[in-house]
Design a protein around this ligand. Sequence first.
Ligand SMILES: Cc1ncc(C[n+]2csc(CCOP(=O)(O)OP(=O)(O)O)c2C)c(N)n1
Length: 338
Amino acid sequence: MEPDLWQLYKHMYRSRLFEQVVQAIWEQGLISGEMHIGFGEEAIAAGIVCQLKEGDAMALDHRGTPPLLMRGIEPTLLLREFLGRPDGLCGGMGGHMHLFSSEHLSASSGIVGSSGPAGAGFALAAQHLRPGTLAIAFFGEGATNQGMLLESMNLAVAWQLPLIFVCKDDQWSITTRSASVTGGQLVERAKGFGLHAVEVDGTDVEAVWRSAGEAMERARDGGGPTFLLAHCVHIEGHFLGFTLFRAGRDPIKEMVPLIGPLLRSATKWKGGSSQEKMRSLTDIATRARDALQEQTLKEKDPLVRARQKLISDRDRLEALETEVSREIQDVKEAALKD
Ligand SMILES: Cc1ncc(C[n+]2csc(CCOP(=O)(O)OP(=O)(O)O)c2C)c(N)n1
């Protein structure tokens, strides 16, 4: 079977527009706390979630919005939840990170790495209660250094669980370069556990669809778990208002108030040597520049990539986008209504 790019693009576009509404509402100060957005991960979510069947489960991380939407959760319920309203998906107690839907067999958590054990639990239940179904565990590459995730990989192989570990690799864990705290190669690490491991361009929705499809077939047929390493970018950085982006986007506004404290700390006799302090300052500036440069590359935007392939049928594309925009506008109005 071949992927239906129109269907995949619709899911991705819907997710992007929904999260743009979330971004606007967050910027108005109506959503409290940090907000982790899935801009840039949409192809990974769409390529996988669109192939799930009834009885399949999902364990999600702190960027669960795209998969939850694509799985069919009512967007108004989701937005009300983010607003902390009692009529939200989880009574307004979960925010955007700690969500649960028994109907959709989906659970998210902000504890980095916890989708490993949660996914293994879902997969164990699938194996015993619903043969032929499977579970997906979504997490970032930063989570691959968490013990609980590695323990789940081990058990998933030992028990041949129908589980797909999906590592969304944007190379950053907040402001830390993941490579600077990670030994070896992730695919090789997964193979070391005996996992079937595959690498894919996570900005190419059709490629994700194909790799995920093969992994799902294996899992449903009793072939056991797979580790899927999908490379992506986070177009809005770690969270909305990400410090490194702010510094890179508007250095004068953001850096001027920091110059005094930074210079004072660099010239203090306490702490590291002045050379070490200068190295740290340069390091921060380099990270801000790298983060911004990487994330603004249009060719890494999965929506831009998919849209380019559909643009020859402009009328159909515009009709699709108009329909989705209307839906999301209605969702926004419904969620904000008293
Ligand atoms: C157990 C635990 N440690 C630390 C944190 C703080 N924290 C939140 S997100 C994050 C980075 C996660 O990076 P990654 O897994 O690559 O996901 P990304 O944010 O890049 O999608 C950290 C360290 C946490 N939430 N949970």
